[in-house]
Design a protein around this ligand. Structure first.
Ligand SMILES: [Zn+2]
Length: 524
C-alpha cells in the first residue's frame, strides 16, 4: 500500500473531486425538481397549447366550416372568417367561442359551471392537503371559497361577453351575388332588447349580413317600426320592418313574425281575434295580399304544430334560432318534410336582442335578380314559397344533446374549438401564452404572486368593460327609448361591474397582502 503523503494527497483530491461532483449533481437534480414543482401551473397551459396545435393541424386548418341546418352537411359555398382583431385577442374570447358556439349553449353554460366548480375544488383540495397544519374547517372553507370564486369569475366573464360585443366570425360566400340575411332581430323598440337601431346595423354589417329584419315584439307601434326601417333605407344592411306576435290556439302558444306587410293592415284589430285556425287563415291571407310574409318562430313549437301552421298559411319556419337553440329530431324532420311538400322556407335566425356580438345563424338566398334590393328578393322568395333558393346556414348544427353529451359538452366543445383554429388564431395563442409565462416569471422574480395579480387584472378588465356598457345603456335610456328595459340592464350591469372591481380590489388588498412585499422578503 502506498502511504506516501503524495499518494494520500492525490487520493484525497480525487475523493473531494467526486464529492463535489456528487454534491453538484444532487443540487442540480434538486433544482430541476424544485423548478418543475414551481412551474407545475404551466403544465396545463402547455398541454392546452400542444392539444390545440395538434387538433388544428389534424384538421389541416380547414377552420370553422358552416353547415346546412336541414341536412347537417357542410355548406361548401361559404367560409366563416374571423376578423384580424378577433384573432389577436383570440385567447381572451376563446371561452365565449367554446360555450356560445356549442350546439346548445344553454346546456354547455350549466355543464361548464359544474365542471369548473368541481375542478377548482379539486385543485384547492390538493393545495390545502399540502398544508396539514390548518384545521379541517378552515380547509373546507378555503376549498369552497376558491371553487365559488372560480364560478363567479366565469359569471363575470359571461356577463362581460353578453354586454360587450366581442369580434366574431362572418359568413363569407363564394358567390358575391348571394344574399345573407338575419330575418329575426330586435332593437330597443322591443320591450326586452338592449340594442339601438344604429348599433344593430353596425354589428350586422360587421358580421356580413346584407339584410336584417327588425321584428319588434307586439305591441310595438307598427308605424314607428316602418319609420325606423325607412330611416335606414339608404344604409347597409337593408332593413325589413316586422312584428313578432304571440297568439294562442287550442292552448298552443305560437310566436309569429310578420314581415313587410305595409302600413294599411289593421294589426291592433286582428291580433286579439287570432284564437282559432279560421281566424289565423284569414289573417295570413290578408298579410299575403299586402305582399307580406308570416314566419313561425321555433320557440315552443313541436312537430304536431307544423302541418297545422302550413294549412293556416305560414310561409316559413325557423329551423335554427340562436335565442332558442332547442331543436328535437321530430320537429326538425317535420319542418324538412313541410319544406319538401309545400315549399315553405326554412330559415336560420339570430333572434338577437343585443346580447353579445356572437352570431352563428345565417339565411342565404340565391337571388333571382341580383340587381334588385336584397330585402325585396328574400321577402319575395319566402312569399312565393321558393324554398329551393333558401338555405339555413349555421356555424354548428343545432340539436338537443343526450344526457352524456350534455355532461361532457365543455370537453367536446373545447375539442371542436381547437380543430377550428386558423393559423393566425393559433399563433395568437402561442404568443400570448409564452408572453404571459415570461411575465409571470418576472413577477415571481420580484416576489409577487402571478396568479393573484393575473386574476385581479382580469377582474378589473371585466369590471371596467361591464361598467362602461352599463353606463352606455343608462345614457341611451336618458336620451329616450320606448321601454325601461335598457335602463334596468344598465343599472344591473353597473352593479355587476362594481362587484368585479370590488373583487379585484379585495384580491389585491387582502388576499395578496402577505404577498405584495418588498423584493428582499420571502412571500407568505
Ligand atoms: Zn324574437
Amino acid at each position: 500500500m502506498d502511504l506516501s503523503s503524495a499518494a494520500i494527497g492525490h487520493s484525497k483530491f480525487r475523493l473531494s473531486g467526486a464529492c463535489r461532483f456528487m454534491t453538484r449533481a444532487a443540487i442540480s437534480v434538486r433544482g430541476c425538481a424544485l423548478g418543475l414543482y414551481k412551474s407545475w401551473p404551466y403544465i396545463p397551459a402547455f398541454t392546452w397549447l400542444i392539444l390545440i396545435t395538434i387538433l388544428s393541424f389534424a384538421s389541416s386548418f380547414n377552420g370553422n366550416i358552416p353547415f346546412d341546418q336541414r341536412t347537417g352537411q357542410p355548406f361548401v359555398d361559404a367560409a366563416l372568417v374571423m376578423p384580424f382583431w378577433g384573432s389577436v385577442i383570440e385567447p381572451f374570447s376563446a371561452v365565449s367561442h367554446i360555450i356560445l358556439g356549442a350546439s346548445n349553449y344553454q346546456i354547455t353554460i350549466i355543464s361548464s359551471a359544474c365542471w369548473l366548480f368541481a375542478g377548482s375544488a379539486a385543485v384547492a383540495f390538493v393545495a390545502q392537503w399540502r398544508r396539514p397544519r390548518q384545521s379541517y374547517h378552515v380547509r373546507i372553507l378555503r376549498i369552497l371559497t376558491f371553487a365559488w370564486g372560480s364560478v363567479i369569475l366565469l359569471a363575470w366573464y359571461l356577463v362581460f361577453v353578453l354586454l360587450v360585443p366581442l369580434p366574431s366570425s362572418s359568413l363569407v360566400l363564394k358567390d358575391p351575388a348571394a344574399i345573407v340575411a338575419d330575418l329575426h332581430s330586435h332593437t330597443v323598440a322591443s320591450h326586452d332588447a338592449i340594442i339601438s337601431e344604429q348599433q344593430s346595423l353596425a354589428i350586422h354589417r360587421d358580421r356580413g349580413y346584407g339584410v336584417v329584419a327588425w321584428a319588434e315584439h307586439y305591441p310595438a307601434p307598427w308605424q314607428s317600426v316602418i319609420s325606423a326601417a325607412d330611416r335606414a333605407k339608404d344604409l347597409s344592411p337593408k332593413v325589413i320592418p316586422g312584428l313578432e306576435i304571440s297568439i294562442s290556439i287550442d292552448d298552443r302558444n305560437y310566436h309569429l313574425l310578420l314581415l313587410r306587410f305595409g302600413p294599411d293592415v289593421p294589426i291592433e284589430t286582428w291580433v286579439p281575434k287570432l284564437i282559432d285556425d279560421r281566424a289565423l287563415r284569414d289573417f295570413t291571407a290578408m298579410i299575403h295580399a299586402a305582399h307580406g310574409v308570416v314566419v313561425a318562430v321555433n320557440f315552443k313549437l313541436n312537430e304536431k304544430d307544423i302541418d297545422r301552421l302550413v294549412a293556416d298559411g305560414v310561409d316559413a319556419f325557423e329551423i335554427a334560432n340562436l335565442g332558442h337553440p332547442w331543436m328535437s329530431p321530430a320537429l326538425h324532420t317535420a319542418m324538412v318534410k313541410a319544406q319538401n311538400s309545400h315549399g315553405v322556407g326554412l330559415i336560420a335566425a339570430s333572434d338577437w336582442h343585443g346580447w353579445s356580438g356572437f352570431f352563428r345563424t345565417w339565411t342565404v338566398l340565391t337571388p333571382a335578380n341580383p340587381n334588385r334590393n336584397p330585402a325585396d328578393e328574400i321577402v319575395d322568395a319566402l312569399w312565393g314559397h321558393d324554398a329551393k333558393r333558401i338555405v339555413p346556414v349555421v356555424s354548428q348544427v343545432f340539436y338537443t344533446p343526450s344526457i352524456p353529451q350534455s355532461i361532457f359538452s365543455p370537453f367536446a366543445e373545447a375539442s371542436r374549438y381547437g380543430s377550428q383554429l386558423q393559423p393566425l388564431q393559433l399563433a395568437s395563442w402561442w404568443v400570448w401564452t409564452l408572453s404571459l409565462i415570461w411575465l409571470a416569471g418576472r413577477i415571481r422574480h420580484v416576489r409577487l404572486s402571478p396568479a393573484r395579480i393575473f386574476f385581479a387584472a382580469i377582474s378589473s378588465v371585466l369590471g371596467v368593460g361591464i361598467m362602461f356598457r352599463g353606463l352606455e345603456l343608462v345614457m341611451m335610456s336618458y336620451h329616450g327609448v320606448p321601454y325601461a328595459f335598457p335602463l334596468k340592464v344598465g343599472l344591473v350591469g353597473c352593479a355587476f361591474g362594481l362587484s368585479a372591481l370590488f373583487g379585484a380590489w379585495w384580491m389585491v388588498k387582502n388576499r395578496a397582502r402577505a404577498i405584495l412585499v418588498a423584493p428582499d422578503h420571502t412571500p407568505a
